[in-house]
Design a protein. Structure first.
Length: 80
Protein backbone atom coordinates (compact mmCIF):
# COMPACT_ATOMS: atom_id res chain seq x y z
CA UNK A 1 0.00 0.00 0.00
CA UNK A 2 1.23 3.42 -0.83
CA UNK A 3 2.18 5.61 2.13
CA UNK A 4 2.15 2.74 4.62
CA UNK A 5 5.54 2.08 6.26
CA UNK A 6 7.08 -1.30 5.49
CA UNK A 7 8.11 -3.28 8.58
CA UNK A 8 9.79 -6.60 9.26
CA UNK A 9 11.35 -8.41 12.21
CA UNK A 10 14.61 -10.38 12.06
CA UNK A 11 15.96 -12.71 14.73
CA UNK A 12 19.67 -13.55 14.73
CA UNK A 13 20.43 -16.87 16.41
CA UNK A 14 23.53 -19.03 16.02
CA UNK A 15 22.60 -22.46 14.68
CA UNK A 16 25.80 -24.23 15.63
CA UNK A 17 28.77 -23.30 17.77
CA UNK A 18 31.28 -23.46 14.91
CA UNK A 19 29.32 -20.89 12.89
CA UNK A 20 29.53 -18.18 15.57
CA UNK A 21 33.26 -17.71 15.98
CA UNK A 22 33.73 -13.94 15.58
CA UNK A 23 32.98 -11.28 18.17
CA UNK A 24 31.14 -9.32 15.48
CA UNK A 25 29.43 -10.57 12.35
CA UNK A 26 28.29 -8.65 9.29
CA UNK A 27 24.78 -9.70 8.28
CA UNK A 28 23.85 -8.75 4.70
CA UNK A 29 20.75 -6.54 4.92
CA UNK A 30 19.05 -8.38 2.06
CA UNK A 31 19.37 -11.70 3.92
CA UNK A 32 17.05 -10.39 6.66
CA UNK A 33 14.64 -8.60 4.33
CA UNK A 34 16.04 -5.11 4.84
CA UNK A 35 16.82 -2.40 2.31
CA UNK A 36 19.82 -0.05 2.31
CA UNK A 37 17.84 2.88 3.70
CA UNK A 38 15.92 0.90 6.35
CA UNK A 39 16.16 1.65 10.04
CA UNK A 40 17.27 -1.25 12.30
CA UNK A 41 16.19 -1.22 15.95
CA UNK A 42 17.35 -3.85 18.45
CA UNK A 43 14.18 -4.67 20.35
CA UNK A 44 15.53 -6.05 23.63
CA UNK A 45 17.79 -3.06 24.29
CA UNK A 46 15.49 -0.60 22.49
CA UNK A 47 18.39 0.98 20.63
CA UNK A 48 18.80 1.93 17.00
CA UNK A 49 21.60 0.03 15.30
CA UNK A 50 23.47 1.94 12.60
CA UNK A 51 24.48 0.12 9.44
CA UNK A 52 26.47 0.94 6.33
CA UNK A 53 23.64 0.34 3.85
CA UNK A 54 24.91 -3.14 2.99
CA UNK A 55 25.49 -4.96 6.29
CA UNK A 56 24.16 -4.92 9.81
CA UNK A 57 27.19 -5.33 12.11
CA UNK A 58 26.19 -7.38 15.14
CA UNK A 59 28.22 -8.34 18.19
CA UNK A 60 26.87 -11.35 20.05
CA UNK A 61 28.35 -13.91 22.46
CA UNK A 62 28.46 -17.54 21.31
CA UNK A 63 25.04 -18.38 22.77
CA UNK A 64 23.48 -14.94 22.35
CA UNK A 65 20.61 -13.76 20.23
CA UNK A 66 19.30 -10.47 18.88
CA UNK A 67 15.90 -9.35 17.66
CA UNK A 68 15.62 -6.42 15.24
CA UNK A 69 12.71 -4.43 13.86
CA UNK A 70 13.46 -3.28 10.33
CA UNK A 71 11.42 -0.43 8.97
CA UNK A 72 11.54 2.05 6.15
CA UNK A 73 13.55 5.14 6.96
CA UNK A 74 11.58 8.14 8.11
CA UNK A 75 11.71 11.09 5.71
CA UNK A 76 14.82 13.15 6.48
CA UNK A 77 16.22 10.54 8.89
CA UNK A 78 19.72 9.15 8.60
CA UNK A 79 20.85 5.60 9.28
CA UNK A 80 23.08 6.64 12.14
Amino acid sequence: MRGVPRRAVAALLPVEDTWWTADEIAVPLGSVGARPDDRARELWTRTDTPHDGRHLHVGLPAHGAALYRLSGARPGASRG
